[in-house]
Design a protein around this ligand. Structure first.
Ligand code: 8OG
Length: 160
């Protein structure tokens, strides 16, 4: 089964807005803002809705910069065996409103030199620097037990 998600990373000059996930999948990790696409929604609509629900801001401009597939090779509770998650990554360049805490996320700005990769999904350190560099990418990650990255590939692309 394939599940489709969005993920927004707000990046402004040298700082990035991340949220501490307070519950559910990825709890206890810093991440961008996003979630599942609802029936009848486009990917773009979903990314705007999730950013508003989770951080209380309205996106003014965003660029679709990446598509990542995640496969879980061993069952360990965080996802089902053989399940593939596809995450559409957006770099948000400007927004309206003040980021505020929601039921799901506690937002915080980080300098890009201080991104807390050790408290994030273990794949993020491989692709997030590409986003900061203005690159576009396609990637695939295979996770083993304990969300360890078993295998991965990332290709820079001109167009998503
Ligand atoms: O609806 P929910 O909050 O459970 O959605 C999960 C969010 O987590 C969604 O924005 C996609 C994102 N996500 C994954 N896997 C990974 C990952 O490996 N790295 C990052 N940075 N985000 C991920 O589902």
């Amino acid at each position: 089964m394939k599940k489709i998600f969005t993920l927004c990373v707000v990046f402004q000059s040298s700082r990035v807005l991340l949220g501490m996930k307070k519950r559910g999948f990825g709890e206890g990790r810093w991440n961008g803002f996003g979630g599942k696409i609802k029936d009848g929604e486009t990917i773009e609509e979903a990314m705007r809705r999730e950013m508003h629900e989770e951080a209380g801001v309205k996106i003014d401009s965003a660029e679709h910069v990446g598509i990542l597939d995640f496969e879980f090779s061993e069952q360990d509770g965080s996802a089902s065996l053989g399940e593939i998650l596809t995450v559409h990554i957006f770099r948000v360049d400007s927004f309206t409103g003040e980021p505020r805490e929601s039921d799901e996320m506690k937002p915080q700005w980080f300098d890009i030199a201080d991104v807390p990769y050790e408290i994030m999904w273990p794949d993020d350190k491989y692709w997030m620097p590409l986003l900061f560099d203005g690159k576009k990418f396609h990637g695939k990650f295979v996770f083993g037990k304990g969300d360890v990255v078993r295998e991965y590939s990332i290709d820079e692309v001109q167009k998503i």
